[in-house]
Design a binder for this molecule. Sequence first.
Ligand code: DQA
Length: 147
Amino acid sequence: TQILVLNGPNLNLLGTREPGIYGAKTLPDVEADCHAIAAELGITVRCAQSNHEGTMVDEIHAARDTCAGVVINAGAYTHTSIALHDAIAGTGLPVIEVHISNVYAREEFRHHSMIARACIGVIAGLGTAGYELALRAMTDHLKAGGP
Ligand code: DQA
């Protein structure tokens, strides 16, 4: 079983970008953690990051052939992208939305997600541990054969 961990715009800057909000770990640190958790869970992960909306759409489409589910931090596209919503809905893959920060404690423009209604669940505000929690939840979801 493989799960795609897809990070969106500006998440390549993790570790240096507003560390008070997003923490000290770099994206390679976070991805290494995902691989370690995957090994523990008996699954594999494919990690990808893009600053481009269309590339993220392509990644979600490609995941249909290679992955059983997707963990996505769509960054700012979360709040704007109907295209990402449609890609998630269109592939029918189970998707868990992750945010490192508590978007609900921040600016109003971060309070609405365009993609959440196409996702099976959302994790926000728990730091980069959110990716690990999402991988555990996705593994349970896939085992249960849930919707
Ligand atoms: C984020 C929250 C978004 O509002 C923001 O645009 C990001 C990161 C998070 O992980 O907390 O780029 O998705």
